[in-house]
Design a protein around this ligand. Structure first.
Ligand SMILES: [Zn+2]
Length: 493
């Protein structure tokens, strides 16, 4: 549909008035269409209204009746597409061809052409078809009628200019990214770096390393930020820390010395890394692994979750609330293998298991674990995970580009998912190992350290050393006290 300007035509009134004043003989009235498009570049950001008014004033001046005003809707497309899409331009061509108008009025020449000289072809073809004078059908405010030759030159210049502007911005960003140069606003700085985004702020860098270490040892983000807030540490903008802020920092490729562009890591950055690449991949892996787990709102943190097994059927025991207390129970349900033969109060079992773990970790066996430094970080696992990720991305691109079929895609994706799962499981074991190793490095006795360890670290340690906690059936029924002989802890070697 053509948007037609229905109001009193300024140009018609203008022409009529002029004719009355000069009492010129009636000549065929020229008719025109105003074509407008909002440009997004700053220097050309005159509003559509301003553009339209200027065009109408010029039309008046040249005695042209504006019959149609065609305005392109504001472009929502990306910068690179800016100005390329002219969904309503064919309407302009149709008005010319049909003889409805004989003049096109545009605020600037770049509104009408696209892609330099050749971009004018459709317009000139339409004018030629209508038998118009090719040097007198394009009217530009401030320039008057533009000849075909002038327009050609102007278009080439416009094109050059817009190409330069576009290329300047895009290339600058991409080049900066490729060079690993920092991006972003100057009044902000990333945690761990100075305002130049390259110089390391040592005090904060130490905190980033500390957080990484604590997180990989099984401590939760909330527990880390609470301790930071208590210690008076603040974000670069002077705010209190939240788990979300810390999460963003730990996940940022920046802290591993990697440059990101358009959401993807494009290479090494110019700034120094705060933590090594393998550690960063481990952090990412741990976030990924915990993505599907119950969040902080999950009912009470249960140290034994998933560790208890039924001594009769071997199924996992579920923690279930009975009155005020929790019990571990083999719950029988239709269609499930659970036998329903075991139930035991949870707290005494948990206390017993923890005591056993502390005893075991305090025994000389632990001294064997007292090696200098940490266990070697699983560099290969980290690499494996990033390899799987980039393969997955490639695969999706192949599918999108129709280089492979959907079933090929699904099949390959499944294989990769299995690889990732295996690597993540291994990584998780590594993290649990690390939790134990960290404990071993601490000179304080384990039973002293234990109560102050955050839940997630206690849990990581339990998972590292315990394979399962098997609960045998009660020998006497109705006993008030829990018979701890029923509890058998199976250790990982
Ligand atoms: Zn059972």
């Amino acid at each position: 549909m053509i948007y037609t300007y229905d109001g009193p035509s300024i140009s018609t009134m203008g022409v009529a008035a002029a004719r009355r004043r000069r009492s010129v003989p009636v000549t065929p009235i020229r008719t025109g269409v105003v074509y407008g498009r909002q440009s997004k570049t700053r220097e050309l950001s005159e509003s559509l209204d301003t553009q339209t008014k200027a065009c109408q004033a010029t039309a008046d001046q040249f005695g042209i009746e504006v019959r149609h005003v065609i305005l392109e809707p504001p472009s929502t497309s990306a910068y690179t597409e800016r100005g390329r899409l002219r969904p309503r331009f064919p309407e302009v061509l149709e008005l010319l061809r049909s003889g409805e108008v004989d003049t096109v009025i545009a605020y600037k020449t770049d509104r009408l052409s696209r892609g330099g000289g050749p971009g004018w072809a459709p317009l000139f073809e339409a004018a030629e078809e209508a038998g118009l004078d090719l040097d007198r059908f394009v009217l530009i405010p401030g320039s008057g009628f533009m000849s075909e030759f002038e327009l050609g030159i102007r278009a080439t210049m416009d094109r050059e200019e817009s190409k330069k502007t576009e290329a300047r911005l895009r290339d600058m960003k991409a080049r900066h990214a490729a060079q690993g140069r920092p991006s972003g606003r100057n009044n902000h700085r990333p945690f761990g770096y100075e305002y130049d985004r390259v110089t390391v702020q040592e005090e904060e860098a130490a905190l980033v390393r500390q957080a990484t270490d604590r997180f990989l040892s099984g401590e939760g983000l909330l527990s880390i930020v609470r301790s930071w807030n208590r210690a008076g540490h603040r974000t670069p903008t002077g705010k209190l820390w939240s788990d979300a802020t810390l999460r963003n920092i730990l996940l940022a490729p920046r802290i591993a010395g990697l440059r990101q562009h358009r959401g993807e890591v494009v290479g090494e950055a110019l700034w120094p890394a705060l933590i090594d690449r393998a550690a960063w991949e481990q952090v990412r892996a741990r976030f990924r692994a915990s993505a599907g787990r119950p969040g902080p709102n999950a009912p009470r943190s249960i140290l034994l979750r998933g560790l208890g097994t039924c001594g009769l059927c071997g199924c996992k025991l579920e923690p279930v609330p009975v009155g005020e207390r929790l019990r571990l129970r083999c719950t029988k349900r239709p269609g499930r293998p659970q036998c329903g033969g075991i139930t035991i109060a949870m707290q005494p079992v948990e206390d017993f298991v923890v005591a056993q773990v502390i005893y075991r970790l305090s025994s000389p066996a632990l001294d064997e674990r007292r090696r200098p430094g940490l266990p070697a970080p699983s560099r290969d696992l980290a690499r494996e995970l990033s390899a799987v990720d980039s393969k997955l991305k490639e695969l999706a691109q192949d599918w999108a580009a129709e280089r492979i079929t959907r079933s090929e895609w699904l099949e390959a994706r499944e294989a990769l998912a299995a690889r990732r799962e295996a690597a993540e499981a291994e990584l998780a074991r590594d993290l649990q190992e690390k939790a134990v190793a960290d404990l071993a490095r601490d000179p304080a006795p384990v039973d002293v350290l234990w109560p102050d360890l955050p839940f997630t670290r206690q849990r990581a340690i339990l998972q590292a050393v315990i394979a399962e906690v098997r609960i045998k059936p009660a020998s006497r029924r109705g006993s008030k006290t829990v018979d701890l002989d029923r509890v058998e802890v199976l250790w990982r070697v």
